[in-house]
Design a protein around this ligand. Structure first.
Ligand code: SAH
Length: 234
């Protein structure tokens, strides 16, 4: 009886240690990789402190989840570097009543960060199995304000348009016109534009009085925005 009891205690203690470890790693990540750079938007920092990035990566990468780089998530896709997630979130200046559209669900991490701040997140993933996996994860983690849609995000999501903000987390050669159309007056879109084989430029697009302004920001590297075969000509 005694050995079993002590084994259970040891397991319990190591589980607690592991959780505290991840909390420490995450707080360090926010401090060293975000605050020490140019992330100062408080809701973004709070969300980055809260969302457990290690739960969004495959188990073999969990110990590396708070490092300053992207990581593979399967299906030839990646979860973005924490700094890029925070930076894109901050640039959108999201508000608590906002409805946001994300193109490129991937692991669901960016969607979860946004969901901590805004009212509603619609996120589109073109790889069916990845989208289904992330849909389940969002449900398990209790993100009831995130809707994962399987489909080609180039077309946006007309059913819930217009959106206060749109975030594209895959590299596109152009800014998809349907997304510009689905952006609310006064809304902001953030999108990496350029060839998928090179570095791309992060562009902030704003719609004011029906006019579109584009600001070129930093150089980034994202996986490509792909098109479904039936949508390629539209
Ligand atoms: N935001 C993600 C990372 C994005 S990786 C995260 O937080 O983990 C880019 C994702 O965009 C990949 O999962 C890829 O399959 C998806 N994607 C590529 N083209 C797409 C398209 N046309 N519509 C929707 N998703 C697309």
């Amino acid at each position: 009886m005694k050995p079993l009891f002590s084994i259970l205690i040891t397991l319990w203690v190591s589980l607690i240690n592991m959780i505290q470890d991840y909390d420490n790693l995450r707080n360090n990540m926010v401090h060293m990789q975000l605050e020490a750079r140019d992330i100062s938007h408080q809701p973004t920092l709070e969300a980055m402190r809260k969302v457990e990035r290690h739960l969004f990566v495959p188990s073999q990468y969990q110990r590396r989840a708070y490092e300053d780089n992207p990581l593979p998530i399967g299906y030839n896709q990646t979860i973005s570097q924490p700094y890029i997630v925070a930076s894109m979130t901050q640039l959108l200046e999201p508000n608590k009543d906002d409805c946001v559209l994300e193109i490129g669900t991937g692991s669901g991490y960016q969607a979860a960060v946004l969901a901590e701040i805004v009212k509603e997140v619609y996120t589109i993933e073109i790889v069916k199995d990845l989208g289904e996996r992330t849909k389940k994860l969002m449900h398990t983690l209790g993100y009831n304000n995130v809707t994962v849609i399987i489909g080609d995000g180039y077309k946006g999501f007309e059913a819930k348009a217009p959106f206060d903000a749109i975030i594209v987390t895959a590299a596109s050669k152009e800014i998809p016109p349907p997304l510009i159309k689905q952006l609310k007056e006064g809304g902001k879109m953030i999108i990496p534009v350029g060839s998928p084989s090179e570095v791309q430029t992060l562009i902030l697009l704003q719609k004011r009085n029906g006019k579109i302004t584009k600001t070129k920001l930093i150089q980034v590297r994202f996986v490509p925005l792909t098109r479904s075969r039936e949508n390629k000509n539209s």
